[in-house]
Write a protein that binds this ligand. Structure first.
Ligand SMILES: [Zn+2]
Length: 310
């Protein structure tokens, strides 16, 4: 990190600590009203060292939630969407999303969401509910000796490859790295935790059955990933499921149409930005919030996203 960069970070942190970061952020976001932004997280973990890949320590997650609640209107996805399409008020709406369905969402994030009475949507990868999978991105994290930036870079390249090629390349990396330990398996949410959170206002959407890049699959396979996961969720939750989040945020026109055909009401993509009244409800922009290891960094990501309007 250069001197210029660290000076900038110190200034951002000072603004945050002085409590003027929120009002400044609101001013910088007033380019177009009403606006709706979606904060996307994956995992949460206890504070301290040894963070799993993509995990936000729970003390930082709590700071984020408090900061967002103090400065914007937090609401469920369907309400946020309704507001940008139907309302004219000068307001910024926010939704909190957690992807994949890790057990740590229940162990840590849930308590913070409950404490601040914040609704959130968890997008579940339904084949892994109640299971202990080792995801390929965790194997990359392990093979890079827990280097998150290197893992991000490798993963961004791998996610557009066929499954067999991903496995081949990771095996090669693992052999080269002569690893001492295997990648850890992940504990995923079970139906008991999902139902408990649902009683407290947490909403659930689909993130497919197996978390593959949908653009690489046939129409039939995509229909099964979408329809199959929707059906399992609806049978177990006892209500219609309208929300969908594309694995890795990747989609194209074909996938968008298949998501509509599967009966979803909206789909969240991976590109950065705010959503406005012209937003495509099957290609919603979001802001990757975790792990922004300081709340001032999160504020920075939000203000940069405000200028990318959709
Ligand atoms: Zn995901």
């Amino acid at each position: 990190m250069g001197i210029k960069q660290s000076a900038k970070d110190i200034a951002k942190e000072m603004f945050y600590r002085l409590g003027i970061c929120g009002p400044l952020l609101r001013i910088s976001c007033i380019c177009k009203y009403p606006a709706f932004f979606i904060l996307a997280y994956h995992r949460t973990c206890p504070s301290g060292n040894g963070r799993p890949y993509m995990a936000t320590p729970i003390d930082i997650f709590e700071q984020h939630i408090k900061f967002i609640k103090d400065n914007f209107k937090i609401m469920p996805m369907t309400e946020g969407l309704k507001n940008i399409y139907e309302k004219k008020e000068k307001e910024i709406y926010v939704s909190v999303n957690l992807d994949d369905g890790y057990m740590d969402n229940y162990l840590y994030a849930y308590h913070v969401l409950k404490k601040y009475k914040v609704p959130a949507t968890i997008f579940l990868t339904t084949d892994y509910i109640g299971k202990n999978p080792v995801f390929w991105w965790d194997r990359v994290f392990n093979a890079t000796s827990y280097n998150e930036h290197a893992t991000d870079r490798i993963n961004a390249a791998l996610r557009t490859e066929e499954e067999s090629e991903i496995q081949r390349r990771i095996k090669e990396m693992e052999d080269k790295a002569s690893l001492l330990k295997k990648a850890k398996s992940n504990l995923m949410l079970g139906w008991e935790e999902i139902r408990k959170m649902k009683e407290d206002g947490i909403d659930f959407g689909s993130h497919t059955k197996t978390h593959r890049n949908l653009c690489l699959l046939s129409d039939e396979e995509v229909a099964e990933e979408l329809g199959g996961s929707k059906k399992v969720l609806e049978e177990n939750l006892g209500e219609e499921v309208r929300g969908f989040s594309y694995p890795f945020g990747i989609y194209d026109e074909r996938i968008k149409n298949l998501a509509k055909r599967a009966g979803f009401g909206y789909a969240r993509a991976g590109f950065k930005g705010f959503n406005h009244k012209n937003a495509d409800r099957f290609a919603l922009a979001s802001i990757c919030a975790g792990p922004a290891l300081r709340t001032s960094f999160l504020a920075d990501r939000i203000s940069l996203s405000a200028f990318k309007t959709h």
